[in-house]
Design a protein. Structure first.
Length: 256
C-alpha cells in the first residue's frame, strides 16, 4: 500500500510592494487563465522545476485563480497528477503585472521519464499485437506486470521508474506503469485513488468495448490470481475498497 504523500499547494502572494522593473522580452506574458493552465501543463510534462511568467490580466482573486490553474494543469492527465511531490507558487508585483514563479519537485526526473518512455515502448512492442482485442491487450498488460513486478514491502518504490529499474513496486508503481502501458496500447484508463482494507491504495479502471472495469494489478500479483481483474464498483466495495466514485467513470458489472 502506498504511503506516498504530496505537499499541499501553498500560495505566497506578495502585494503592496515597490514595483520591480523586469525585462519584458525575457518573460512570458499571459492575461488568460486557460492559457496559463495550458502553459503550466506543458512545463509539467517536460519536468521543468521552475516555471515563470507575468500575469497581466484581472488581478482580482489572483491567489485562487493561480491555484486553480495549477490544479487544472496537472489534472489533465492521471499519470501527471501522481508525478509531483511539491508545488510552491510565489508572486510579486511588477510594472507589467504580477510576476509568478512556480517551483516544483517531482517524483521522477526528466532523464528518468525518458527511461520510462523507452522501456515501456519496448514492452508494448513485445506483448501487444495489432490484431489484439481490447480485452486481450488489457490481459497482456496485467499478466506482464504480474510476472515482472514483485510487491515492495520496504514501501520505497513508488514510481514507474523505480518499478521498472528494480522490478519491485508499491501500488502506485503498479498503477502508474499500467496507466502508461494502457495508453500506449490505445486503451482508455484512469488511476483510481482510494483505500483497500482501510489502507491507502491505488489501482486502475479501464474501458473495454465502451464499458468500464476496475483492475487491481497489485493485488492480482499479491494473490497470484485474477481475483481483482475487470471487476465492478459493487464488487470492489463488497471487498472492502473505498474511493470517491463521483470522480471516476462507473464500472457497472464484472467482465466475466
Amino acid at each position: 500500500m502506498s504511503k506516498f504523500i504530496k505537499s499541499i499547494v501553498s500560495i505566497f502572494l506578495i502585494s503592496n510592494m515597490i514595483m520591480i522593473p523586469i525585462n519584458a522580452e525575457a518573460e512570458t506574458h499571459y492575461s488568460n487563465w486557460n492559457d496559463i493552465s495550458d502553459y503550466i501543463y506543458t512545463q509539467l510534462n517536460q519536468r521543468e522545476e521552475n516555471i515563470s511568467f507575468v500575469f497581466s490580466g484581472d488581478k482580482n482573486n489572483f491567489s485562487q485563480n493561480i491555484s486553480e490553474a495549477i490544479t487544472n494543469a496537472y489534472s489533465k492527465d492521471d499519470y501527471l497528477e501522481r508525478s509531483w511531490i511539491e508545488i510552491i507558487p510565489k508572486a510579486s508585483a511588477t510594472e507589467d503585472g504580477i510576476k509568478t514563479e512556480i517551483k516544483i519537485s517531482y517524483l521522477t526526473s526528466k532523464t528518468e521519464e525518458q527511461f520510462i518512455e523507452e522501456e515501456l515502448k519496448k514492452i508494448i512492442n513485445l506483448i501487444i499485437k495489432d490484431d489484439m482485442t481490447e480485452y486481450q491487450k488489457v490481459r497482456a498488460i496485467n499478466d506482464y506486470l504480474v510476472e515482472r513486478y514483485e510487491y515492495d514491502y520496504t514501501l520505497k518504490s513508488s514510481s514507474a521508474y523505480s518499478a521498472l529499474a528494480t522490478n519491485h513496486a508499491i501500488c502506485q508503481g503498479y498503477s502508474m506503469t499500467a496507466y502508461k502501458l494502457f495508453k500506449y496500447a490505445n486503451i482508455e484508463s484512469k488511476i483510481v485513488i482510494g483505500t483497500s482494507g482501510n489502507q491507502s491504495h491505488s489501482w486502475n479502471i479501464v474501458k473495454i468495448n465502451n464499458c468500464w472495469y476496475n483492475i487491481d494489478i497489485t493485488n492480482n500479483d499479491s494473490t497470484s490470481s485474477d481475483k481483482y481483474f475487470l471487476k465492478s464498483d459493487d464488487w470492489l466495495k463488497s471487498n472492502n475498497y473505498k474511493w470517491d466514485s463521483s470522480n471516476y467513470p462507473a464500472a457497472l458489472k464484472n467482465y466475466i
